[in-house]
Design a protein around this ligand. Structure first.
Ligand code: SF4
Ligand code: SF4
Length: 426
């Protein structure tokens, strides 16, 4: 058993609904809506207006900020609307098949620029612009690239299927990422519940001296950057620091495949694989879908909702967010769309904290979730910050184990949001 991190939980994984299902491609949607902010960082500004005709792969929005990533037309067609939040395109199927050319490159900076122009961000859910992560600041050197194939969120199996079905492309992507960030070696970390992915990538890496596969224990949140680093290297990212402080860069498996496609094939980020699952959808599946596709169309493609469906979640059940409208689009960070039944959704009445400390034991960041919840709920933000509110990775382990059913992570998120908006106003 490898070294692992403190805390963690074992929720019901429910991966059997889709884990063995090969990726299927969804037909082109009639229209797409591409949000101007699909990433961490500055939102983009539109480069097109209503009535313009765009081709698939064309950059349609961008920003001057370093921490940002452009928006690429995922289909060809006519721009039907441009508003403060996004750009809508009516699909022209004749002009939606991408036929690009591999760009030329020489230096790591060239590679980072291609990755940026392709609109690539972290596809594991966090959506941090990839070119930024690959640019160590002056004086910092990267020695290790970690490829995150843990996929610890229940239900999700997109990374799993990508590792089984697109292993060659993944290895090519890793080679490019190694060049781009200057690391000497790469480690692919995969949870042990994906033996076929471990087997496939181990076989493909057999002759690669500087890329190896490591199986890691199945424990949520193994796929958290800090947790995976601890499991694979035994080292801890300092409080308030970044993996770069340890000379490590972490990238998700789907991101590495997107990097291969952009740099070796000239294909920008126009689609992604999404796990559509939960007992509230008729035919759970792993679907390759164009970015901007309405969630409603994606669910329809999977046979539609069952009568007992009560909630739709964008992402996994631990860290995902409830979908407000089925017209919301798939974004670069959408790893899953879950349609859940009442039996799968925990709806409980909150009770009083009994000071059992189970949340403290479960916290992978060694925080005191009980006090974070208390201070956050009472708007005692200074006290909450004193006990490291902002170190919380919002994994939800605390809420999951709490016998009093206190939605701890919800209080924490609310406090962070309020503090951040107060700071922005100042
Ligand atoms: S949500 Fe935050 S406080 Fe709760 S267990 Fe995860 S890191 Fe700890
Ligand atoms: S797990 Fe819940 S009841 Fe127990 S100490 Fe934490 S907040 Fe209180």
């Amino acid at each position: 058993m490898k070294t692992t991190f403190p805390g963690g939980i074992h929720p019901p994984y429910n991966k059997e609904l889709t884990a063995s299902k090969a990726i299927v491609e969804m037909p082109l949607p009639k229209r797409v809506r591409l949000l101007l902010q699909q990433h961490i960082g500055a939102p983009c500004k539109p480069l097109v207006k209503k009535g313009d005709v765009v081709t698939v792969g064309q950059k349609i929005a961008d920003s001057d900020a370093f921490v940002s990533a452009p928006i690429i037309a995922s289909v060809g067609g006519e721009v039907a609307a441009v508003d403060a939040e996004g750009i809508e395109i009516v699909t022209d199927p004749e002009h939606s098949r991408f036929t690009g050319q591999a760009p030329k490159y020489d230096t790591p900076e060239d590679i980072r620029q291609i990755i940026r122009e392709a609109g690539i961000v972290g596809m594991g859910g966090a959506a941090f612009p990839t070119h930024v992560k690959l640019s160590p600041p002056e004086g910092k050197e990267v020695h290790t690239l970690i490829i995150n194939g843990a996929e610890c969120e229940p239900y999700l199996s997109t990374d799993h299927r990508v590792m089984v079905e697109q292993g060659e492309e993944l290895i090519e992507g890793i080679k490019i990422l190694l060049r781009a960030c200057g690391a000497q070696k790469a480690i692919i970390g995969i949870e042990k519940n994906k033996p076929d992915a471990i087997e496939n990538l181990s076989r493909l890496c057999r002759d690669e001296e500087n890329i190896r596969v490591e199986a890691v224990p199945v424990v949520y949140p193994q796929g958290g950057e800090r947790q995976l680093i601890k499991s694979l290297t035994g080292r801890e990212v300092p409080v308030g620091g970044l993996p770069l402080d340890l000379g490590i860069v972490v990238q998700n498996v789907a991101t590495a495949v997107a990097v291969h496609q952009a740099v070796n094939l000239g294909r920008p980020l126009i689609d992604r694989v999404v796990t559509v699952s939960g007992r509230g959808v008729a035919e759970p599946a792993n679907v390759r879908v164009r970015l901007g596709t309405p969630i409603r169309d994606l669910i329809e493609f999977c046979g539609g909702m069952r009568d007992d469906a009560v909630k739709v979640v964008n992402g996994g059940p631990m860290m995902g967010k409830a979908v407000a409208s089925l017209d919301d689009p798939v974004t670069k960070g959408t790893s899953g769309i879950l349609v859940l039944t009442e039996a799968e959704v925990r709806i409980y009445e909150e009770r009083t904290c009994i000071r059992c400390a189970r949340c403290v034991d479960a916290c992978p960041m060694r925080l005191m979730p009980n006090y974070l919840a208390l201070y956050s709920r009472k708007s005692m933000y200074n006290d909450a910050e004193q006990i490291h509110l902002f170190n919380c990775i919002e994994c939800g382990c605390c809420s999951f184990v709490c016998p009093a059913r206190i939605p701890i992570v919800h209080y924490i998120q609310k406090a962070k949001h309020e503090i951040n908006s107060k700071r922005r106003k100042k």
